[in-house]
Write a protein that binds this ligand. Structure first.
Ligand code: NAD
Length: 366
């Protein structure tokens, strides 16, 4: 089932695949296919990882990032593509999981030639992988990709910016957690911290403020904090007071890994539910620690699925109303996962992965 196609030029001929921890991780995560893309003329170095295509073509965005080395990029793309398999399956989308990373500085290395070359690599996968935007990629980059392949979504004038849909799904997931913890999903008066008020975070602040929650916000950009605070009546807080804040709900909407050994002991919230990907620093350890501390956790790949739901609507030619309606179902998905986690005393991310795997196995039987 595993096809490994490597063309990374810097890899030594005597590279010991079996001894390499990342290669070992690749086989332990059971990926279908990894494509290493390299082109000297444009400076392109990219990796496309297809984790699973049982339920349909692998869909997941392309990230452009200044990785320190190729193995770090490989590690990231393996984890992210597996996350897409779970995200798509748990959301009942007829899609598999994939992801791509372009190694390089998104501020200095972009060119039409580079993205068109990347588009040709995507096209070589003949629709097994459908790409979209992710961190470091803008719609105009995807327009260049689309000159070489049809297997791209999220183009301007089509399904558009997924962030409002992601934020709405996240808002639904937060309400489901509140229902379990407090017996009501009314968020009026709840103290909620949104960390990172970028594309998704700002829309989320809008929903929460409208419902009467007491919203606190933090961002590395002071001007963004001032603007969002003023627009929605939220309270800006200092970055170093984020984890110790006395709050009901912590919504990570910036980068991953914010639930870790340093932050966990400081957390005073009852619920962690936000849009960021890969929130648990070390999945098993920190998922278990949250459960032991009595903090409800909405698994990231289940609560932030609104974006991929929006992409799926473009693949299938469905309306934006359909995408919003489907994202509303995230309420029930999160409610089921978190209540099962509480009842069975099993970390919620493990429950969510099992549920996704069941859906994939059911798909296999069809
Ligand atoms: P974004 O880049 O627009 O926003 C991120 C915000 O976080 C920025 O304002 C940035 O300044 C801020 N930030 C960065 N580091 C921070 C820190 N240490 N503390 C506080 N703020 C910090 O990104 P986005 O599209 O809003 O995505 C946010 C998260 O949600 C990411 O983890 C992304 O992978 C995930 N996500 C996004 C979507 C989507 O539809 N955009 C879908 C699924 C998941």
């Amino acid at each position: 089932r595993t096809t490994l196609f490597m063309s990374v030029k810097s890899m030594k001929p005597d590279f010991e695949l079996s001894n390499n921890p990342v290669i070992a991780q690749m086989s332990s995560m059971d990926h279908d296919q990894i494509l290493f893309c390299s082109d000297n003329q444009t400076g392109l170095k990219a990796i496309i990882a297809i984790h699973d295509t049982t339920l349909g073509p692998a869909l997941g965005g392309t990230r452009m990032w200044s990785y320190d080395n190729e193995l770090e990029a490989l590690n990231d793309v393996l984890r992210l593509s597996r996350g897409m398999t779970y995200k798509n399956a748990i959301s009942d989308l007829a899609l598999g999981g994939g992801k791509a990373v372009i190694i390089g500085d998104s501020k200095t290395m972009k060119s039409e030639a580079l993205f068109r070359r990347f588009g040709r690599f995507v096209n070589s996968l003949a629709g097994n992988y459908i790409t979209a935007e992710d961190v470091g990629i803008s719609p105009s980059d995807m327009v260049w990709v689309s000159k070489e392949t049809d297997h791209v979504v999220g183009l301007p004038g089509k399904s558009g910016d997924p962030s409002p849909v992601t934020a709405f799904g996240t808002y639904m997931g937060i309400k489901a957690c509140a229902k379990i913890r407090y017996g009501t999903d009314d968020l009026a008066g709840r103290k909620i911290l949104v960390q990172g008020v970028g594309h998704v975070g700002e829309y989320l602040v809008g929903h929460l403020s409208k419902e009467g929650a007491e919203v606190f916000i933090a961002d590395i950009h002071d001007d963004t904090v001032s603007r969002v605070a003023q627009t929605y009546g939220a309270k800006g807080i200092e970055l170093d007071s984020v984890y110790g804040l006395d709050m009901d709900i912590y919504a990570p909407c910036a980068l991953g890994g914010t639930i870790n050994d340093t932050t966990l002991p400081k957390l005073k919230c009852a619920i962690v539910a936000g849009a960021a990907n890969n929130q648990l620093g070390v999945e098993d350890r920190h998922g278990k620690a949250l459960l032991e501390r009595g903090i409800l956790y909405a698994p990231d790949f289940a609560i932030n699925a609104g974006g991929v739901i929006n992409c799926f609507s473009e693949v299938e030619g469905l309306s934006s109303e359909w995408a919003m309606g489907k994202s509303e179902e995230i309420y029930h998905t999160i409610y089921n996962i978190v209540s099962r986690s509480e009842k069975e005393r099993v970390p919620s991310h493990i429950i969510a992965m099992k549920m996704a795997e069941e859906k994939i196995n059911n798909g296999l039987k069809k």
